[in-house]
Write a protein that binds this ligand. Sequence first.
Ligand code: ZN
Length: 231
Amino acid sequence: MPFYWDPTIILIFIGLAISGFASMYVQSTYSKYSGVKSKRGYTASDVCREILNVSQLQNVRLEGIRGNLTDHYNSQDNVLRLSDTTRNSTSVAAIGVAAHEAGHAMQDRDNYGPLRLRSALVPVTNFGQTAAFPILLLGLFMGGSDILINIGLLLFSLTLLFQLVTLPVEFDASRRAIRVLEEQNLLTQEELPQAKKVLNAAALTYVTAAIASFLSVLRLFLLFGGGRRRR
Ligand SMILES: [Zn+2]
């Protein structure tokens, strides 16, 4: 294949640029509201335990985990892990993050459809990520086998599908978080919109990841799909 300027590479750069912007935005928003201490004086860990208890999730264990923003809920182990930086903080940002993770536990309790679909897609997506490139390459190697190329493109698209399904899961967890923080009076009326800002910023990174993924899939389709590839 002779060297040529591939203009579709611009799609990758656009994806990188918006992801970089989102990452900077979430960092700055998080650090801003990490400095805002909640007036109630509860730690993120206190708030999280309280939310789990009032949500009939007393059986979910609350544990610590090393690192920064490594907070997550694990449905298999029935455990919610809060990072060192989140756990003992009384900041609006940390409380927002902890409540968001509790939101995932509530989704699990309710058998929330998108969460189930997302879990089911994990192995499929992993397979797609491993197999897509070799199959696409094989298709190109075999004189442009349309079947193999299309299978390769389809496997690449699985990552995009996974990221699209992630969006409602993340937005819904934040919605649940804000609702319960308000209902249980765990943040003041002034602090609620601040926690919301932190969670919206975090959600933005999922949106930009999906856009970046869409752009890279689009690029592959432009290059290899629909008989447009160069032979
Ligand atoms: Zn989440």
